[in-house]
Design a protein around this ligand. Structure first.
Ligand code: NDP
Length: 280
């Protein structure tokens, strides 16, 4: 292997340590509220991990568990009450929601100042306009990883595969604001491997196990793998065939231990940022 493995776990631990120091210096502990609707097992695991990380850092963590048959009106009422609660700086509603609930309506009930996931229309709008605001956690974590890798973004060609509101779209905006020239790819892109081969920076958030192979990657490219997939044998893998890509790239994130831990660290960072902005 020639590529450097970008250790998101270690970087996230460092970020969390710095945030914990910062929190100790505040007049009050920042508060994070996590709303979980239903019993989706994967969501439960994500929520538990976020709770542990928040508590370890000295945040006030409040979890609101609602039954799967919660009505839209009740969920909006809960979110709005958290919006009005002065002890709460960040509100996160765990997705996916049960199918009878509107994710868009729930997101847009979160006040922009408390949108620590950075996913509301208002937060994405601020990002699109290059104005200050809370930035979506996964792309923000990818930017920290790129910074840690020493990747030069200005003038570089960045290719982002995937255009979701949670990963690809905000990622492309952040890279463009860092003065990269950005190409966004998706399921209808023609000759995706050829486009990827033109990338100095390749960010992949698709949800297809090991889609990106060594011959999709230019020698020396920096590759950020956002995907989290489970193989038939139960092991986790990303959207990038890490072992073979590592023979070509200059740096690559592993899965697990790359982008995932940074996403949680950036959620905590956003909560502290929100608390500071709200006078903590
Ligand atoms: P979505 O399903 O919302 O979006 C997937 C995107 O990939 C879409 O834009 C889709 O294109 C595109 N796509 C799908 N298949 C292909 C293909 N064969 N070639 C090119 N593009 C394709 O997924 P998310 O953005 O929510 O998540 C993507 C991955 O990232 C998942 O594995 C998810 O688990 C992971 N993830 C990881 C996080 C972390 O913390 N590490 C956080 C969030 C997500 P189109 O728009 O045309 O349909």
């Amino acid at each position: 292997m020639s590529a450097r493995l970008l250790d998101g776990k270690a970087l996230a631990a460092r970020v969390r340590g710095e945030l914990a120091d910062q929190v100790r210096g505040l007049a009050r502990a920042p508060g994070l509220a996590v709303v979980l609707v239903g019993e989706d097992p994967a969501s439960r695991v994500y929520v538990r991990n976020k709770a542990r990380a928040a508590e370890a850092m000295g945040l006030v963590h409040r979890q609101i568990d609602l039954p799967a048959d919660t009505t839209q009106a009740r969920l909006l009422e809960v979110v709005r009450a958290l919006g009005d609660d002065p002890a709460i700086d960040g509100i996160l509603v765990q997705f996916p929601l049960p199918p009878h609930l509107s994710q868009a309506a729930v997101l847009d009930a979160i006040p922009v100042a408390k949108d620590v996931d950075g996913l509301t229309t208002a937060s994405l709008g601020l990002l699109a306009q290059g104005r200050p605001g809370l930035v979506a956690c996964t792309p923000k974590g990818c930017m920290r990883l790129l910074d840690e890798a020493g990747a030069v973004l200005e003038g570089a060609h960045a290719v982002v595969v995937g255009r979701s509101n949670i990963v690809g779209r905000p990622m492309a905006m952040l890279l463009e604001q860092a003065n990269a020239t950005v190409t966004v790819c998706h399921s209808r892109t023609r000759d995706l491997p050829a486009v990827c081969r033109t990338a100095d920076i390749l960010v992949v958030g698709v949800g297809r196990p090991e889609l990106v192979r060594a011959d999709w990657v230019a020698p020396g490219a920096v590759v950020i793998d956002v995907g989290i997939n489970r193989k038939a044998d139960g092991r986790l893998c990303g959207d990038v065939a890490t072992d073979e890509v590592a023979e070509v790239a200059s740096a690559v994130t592993p899965v697990p231990g790359g982008v995932g831990p940074m996403t949680i660290a950036m959620l905590l960072a956003n909560t502290v940022e929100s608390a500071l902005a709200r006078g903590a």
